[in-house]
Write a protein that binds this ligand. Structure first.
Ligand code: DC
Length: 211
Protein backbone atom coordinates (compact mmCIF):
# COMPACT_ATOMS: atom_id res chain seq x y z
CA UNK A 1 0.00 0.00 0.00
CA UNK A 2 1.24 3.48 -0.90
CA UNK A 3 1.52 6.33 1.53
CA UNK A 4 -0.96 8.83 2.86
CA UNK A 5 0.08 12.45 2.39
CA UNK A 6 -1.75 15.34 4.07
CA UNK A 7 -1.38 18.88 2.72
CA UNK A 8 -2.88 21.78 4.66
CA UNK A 9 -2.55 25.53 4.44
CA UNK A 10 -4.32 28.81 3.80
CA UNK A 11 -6.22 29.74 0.63
CA UNK A 12 -4.18 30.19 -2.54
CA UNK A 13 -0.97 28.61 -1.20
CA UNK A 14 -0.88 26.22 -4.19
CA UNK A 15 -2.05 23.12 -2.32
CA UNK A 16 -4.24 21.72 -5.08
CA UNK A 17 -1.83 22.58 -7.91
CA UNK A 18 1.13 20.81 -6.32
CA UNK A 19 -0.94 17.97 -4.85
CA UNK A 20 -2.32 17.13 -8.30
CA UNK A 21 1.19 16.98 -9.79
CA UNK A 22 2.55 14.89 -6.90
CA UNK A 23 -0.41 12.51 -7.27
CA UNK A 24 0.30 12.16 -10.96
CA UNK A 25 4.00 11.49 -10.46
CA UNK A 26 3.41 8.88 -7.75
CA UNK A 27 0.30 7.31 -9.30
CA UNK A 28 -1.67 8.36 -6.21
CA UNK A 29 -5.25 9.55 -5.88
CA UNK A 30 -5.68 13.27 -5.27
CA UNK A 31 -8.51 14.28 -2.94
CA UNK A 32 -9.54 17.93 -2.83
CA UNK A 33 -11.47 18.33 0.42
CA UNK A 34 -12.08 22.05 -0.20
CA UNK A 35 -14.12 21.01 -3.24
CA UNK A 36 -16.35 19.00 -0.92
CA UNK A 37 -17.06 22.03 1.31
CA UNK A 38 -17.63 24.06 -1.87
CA UNK A 39 -20.11 21.42 -3.07
CA UNK A 40 -22.09 21.75 0.17
CA UNK A 41 -22.01 25.57 -0.13
CA UNK A 42 -23.21 25.42 -3.74
CA UNK A 43 -26.07 23.03 -3.04
CA UNK A 44 -27.13 25.08 -0.01
CA UNK A 45 -27.19 28.25 -2.16
CA UNK A 46 -29.41 26.57 -4.72
CA UNK A 47 -32.12 25.21 -2.42
CA UNK A 48 -34.44 26.53 0.25
CA UNK A 49 -33.65 23.62 2.54
CA UNK A 50 -31.94 23.82 5.90
CA UNK A 51 -28.20 23.18 5.85
CA UNK A 52 -28.61 20.11 8.02
CA UNK A 53 -30.95 18.53 5.43
CA UNK A 54 -28.68 19.51 2.54
CA UNK A 55 -25.74 17.83 4.24
CA UNK A 56 -27.69 14.73 5.11
CA UNK A 57 -28.88 14.16 1.55
CA UNK A 58 -26.00 15.45 -0.58
CA UNK A 59 -24.09 12.99 -2.75
CA UNK A 60 -20.56 14.21 -3.53
CA UNK A 61 -18.25 12.39 -5.92
CA UNK A 62 -14.71 13.30 -6.95
CA UNK A 63 -13.41 11.52 -10.03
CA UNK A 64 -9.83 10.77 -11.08
CA UNK A 65 -9.70 13.92 -13.20
CA UNK A 66 -10.44 16.05 -10.12
CA UNK A 67 -13.96 16.75 -11.36
CA UNK A 68 -16.62 17.29 -8.73
CA UNK A 69 -20.16 15.92 -8.96
CA UNK A 70 -23.11 16.85 -6.76
CA UNK A 71 -26.03 14.45 -7.01
CA UNK A 72 -24.61 13.26 -10.33
CA UNK A 73 -24.18 16.74 -11.83
CA UNK A 74 -20.76 18.07 -12.83
CA UNK A 75 -20.21 21.25 -10.76
CA UNK A 76 -16.42 21.51 -11.24
CA UNK A 77 -16.51 25.00 -12.76
CA UNK A 78 -19.47 26.27 -10.78
CA UNK A 79 -17.80 25.85 -7.38
CA UNK A 80 -14.75 28.00 -8.28
CA UNK A 81 -16.21 31.46 -7.74
CA UNK A 82 -15.45 33.93 -4.93
CA UNK A 83 -19.07 33.61 -3.74
CA UNK A 84 -18.80 29.86 -3.34
CA UNK A 85 -15.36 30.22 -1.67
CA UNK A 86 -17.00 32.35 1.01
CA UNK A 87 -20.01 30.05 1.34
CA UNK A 88 -17.73 26.99 1.63
CA UNK A 89 -15.92 28.66 4.51
CA UNK A 90 -19.25 29.64 6.11
CA UNK A 91 -20.73 26.13 6.02
CA UNK A 92 -17.44 24.58 7.16
CA UNK A 93 -17.93 26.02 10.67
CA UNK A 94 -20.71 23.61 11.51
CA UNK A 95 -19.91 20.40 13.35
CA UNK A 96 -22.50 18.35 11.44
CA UNK A 97 -21.02 19.46 8.10
CA UNK A 98 -17.46 18.62 9.19
CA UNK A 99 -18.53 15.27 10.66
CA UNK A 100 -20.11 14.07 7.42
CA UNK A 101 -17.29 15.26 5.18
CA UNK A 102 -14.56 14.02 7.53
CA UNK A 103 -16.11 10.53 7.49
CA UNK A 104 -16.28 10.56 3.70
CA UNK A 105 -12.67 11.78 3.46
CA UNK A 106 -11.38 9.07 5.81
CA UNK A 107 -13.17 6.45 3.73
CA UNK A 108 -11.60 7.85 0.55
CA UNK A 109 -8.12 7.55 2.11
CA UNK A 110 -8.58 4.01 3.44
CA UNK A 111 -6.82 2.30 0.56
CA UNK A 112 -3.69 4.45 0.85
CA UNK A 113 -1.70 5.93 -2.05
CA UNK A 114 -3.49 9.23 -1.56
CA UNK A 115 -2.61 12.88 -1.27
CA UNK A 116 -5.37 14.89 0.37
CA UNK A 117 -5.42 18.66 0.72
CA UNK A 118 -7.47 20.96 2.93
CA UNK A 119 -7.31 22.78 6.26
CA UNK A 120 -7.58 20.05 8.89
CA UNK A 121 -6.21 16.97 7.15
CA UNK A 122 -3.06 16.58 9.25
CA UNK A 123 -4.75 17.64 12.49
CA UNK A 124 -8.16 15.92 12.29
CA UNK A 125 -8.97 13.89 9.19
CA UNK A 126 -5.78 11.85 8.84
CA UNK A 127 -3.75 12.35 12.05
CA UNK A 128 -1.71 9.22 11.22
CA UNK A 129 -0.70 10.36 7.74
CA UNK A 130 2.81 9.24 6.71
CA UNK A 131 3.74 12.75 5.63
CA UNK A 132 2.17 16.06 6.62
CA UNK A 133 2.90 19.26 4.77
CA UNK A 134 1.80 22.74 5.79
CA UNK A 135 2.05 24.79 2.62
CA UNK A 136 1.89 28.55 2.89
CA UNK A 137 2.93 31.77 1.11
CA UNK A 138 2.60 35.49 1.81
CA UNK A 139 -0.88 36.96 1.53
CA UNK A 140 0.24 39.19 -1.35
CA UNK A 141 1.59 36.23 -3.32
CA UNK A 142 -1.45 34.05 -2.63
CA UNK A 143 -3.78 36.84 -3.76
CA UNK A 144 -1.67 37.30 -6.91
CA UNK A 145 -1.92 33.60 -7.76
CA UNK A 146 -5.69 33.49 -7.19
CA UNK A 147 -6.06 36.66 -9.28
CA UNK A 148 -4.16 35.10 -12.22
CA UNK A 149 -6.12 31.87 -11.89
CA UNK A 150 -9.51 33.62 -12.05
CA UNK A 151 -8.37 35.94 -14.84
CA UNK A 152 -7.29 32.94 -16.91
CA UNK A 153 -10.84 31.62 -16.54
CA UNK A 154 -12.09 34.98 -17.79
CA UNK A 155 -13.83 35.86 -14.56
CA UNK A 156 -14.03 39.56 -13.76
CA UNK A 157 -11.81 40.10 -10.77
CA UNK A 158 -10.26 42.86 -8.71
CA UNK A 159 -6.91 42.22 -7.01
CA UNK A 160 -7.66 44.11 -3.78
CA UNK A 161 -11.05 42.44 -3.47
CA UNK A 162 -9.40 39.02 -3.80
CA UNK A 163 -6.75 39.92 -1.24
CA UNK A 164 -9.41 41.03 1.25
CA UNK A 165 -11.53 37.95 0.54
CA UNK A 166 -8.58 35.60 1.13
CA UNK A 167 -7.53 37.36 4.33
CA UNK A 168 -11.07 37.22 5.72
CA UNK A 169 -11.50 33.58 4.75
CA UNK A 170 -8.18 32.61 6.37
CA UNK A 171 -9.19 34.45 9.53
CA UNK A 172 -12.56 32.70 9.60
CA UNK A 173 -10.98 29.29 8.86
CA UNK A 174 -8.27 29.77 11.51
CA UNK A 175 -10.56 31.09 14.23
CA UNK A 176 -13.45 28.66 13.98
CA UNK A 177 -13.99 26.43 16.99
CA UNK A 178 -14.07 23.04 15.28
CA UNK A 179 -11.03 21.80 13.36
CA UNK A 180 -9.52 25.21 12.58
CA UNK A 181 -6.80 25.76 10.01
CA UNK A 182 -3.62 25.01 11.94
CA UNK A 183 -0.23 23.46 11.30
CA UNK A 184 -0.08 19.98 12.87
CA UNK A 185 2.79 19.58 15.36
CA UNK A 186 4.40 16.98 13.12
CA UNK A 187 3.79 18.79 9.81
CA UNK A 188 6.65 20.13 7.71
CA UNK A 189 6.31 23.79 6.80
CA UNK A 190 6.93 24.80 3.19
CA UNK A 191 6.77 28.52 2.44
CA UNK A 192 6.22 28.75 -1.30
CA UNK A 193 6.35 32.57 -1.57
CA UNK A 194 9.62 32.44 -3.51
CA UNK A 195 9.37 28.90 -4.88
CA UNK A 196 8.13 27.67 -8.25
CA UNK A 197 5.51 24.94 -8.49
CA UNK A 198 8.23 22.50 -9.62
CA UNK A 199 10.39 23.35 -6.61
CA UNK A 200 7.55 22.69 -4.18
CA UNK A 201 6.71 19.43 -5.96
CA UNK A 202 10.37 18.35 -5.79
CA UNK A 203 10.50 19.08 -2.04
CA UNK A 204 7.38 17.03 -1.38
CA UNK A 205 8.61 14.11 -3.51
CA UNK A 206 11.92 14.15 -1.70
CA UNK A 207 10.21 14.23 1.71
CA UNK A 208 7.94 11.42 0.57
CA UNK A 209 10.91 9.18 -0.16
CA UNK A 210 12.23 9.64 3.39
CA UNK A 211 8.93 9.34 5.28
O1 DC B 1 -9.37 24.71 -0.32
P1 DC B 1 -10.56 25.59 -0.72
O2 DC B 1 -10.20 27.04 -0.86
O3 DC B 1 -11.26 25.06 -1.92
O4 DC B 1 -11.59 25.48 0.52
C1 DC B 1 -12.79 26.21 0.58
C2 DC B 1 -13.23 26.36 2.04
O5 DC B 1 -13.62 25.10 2.56
C3 DC B 1 -12.18 26.90 3.00
O6 DC B 1 -12.17 28.30 3.06
C4 DC B 1 -12.58 26.28 4.32
C5 DC B 1 -13.26 24.99 3.94
N1 DC B 1 -12.43 23.81 4.14
C6 DC B 1 -12.37 23.28 5.42
O7 DC B 1 -12.95 23.84 6.34
N2 DC B 1 -11.67 22.14 5.64
C7 DC B 1 -11.01 21.52 4.66
N3 DC B 1 -10.36 20.39 4.92
C8 DC B 1 -11.03 22.07 3.36
C9 DC B 1 -11.72 23.24 3.13
Amino acid sequence: MGKVIAVDGPAGAGKSTVSKIVANKLGYTYIDTGAMYRAVGLKYSETCEDLIDVVEKIDIELDDKARVFVDGQDVTAKIRTPEISKLASDVSKFGFVRKKLTELQRKMAERGSVIMDGRDIGTQVLPNADLKIFLTASLEERARRRFEELKAKEQIVNFDAIKTEIALRDKQDSEREIAPLKQADDAILIDSTHLTIDEVVAQILSLCSTH
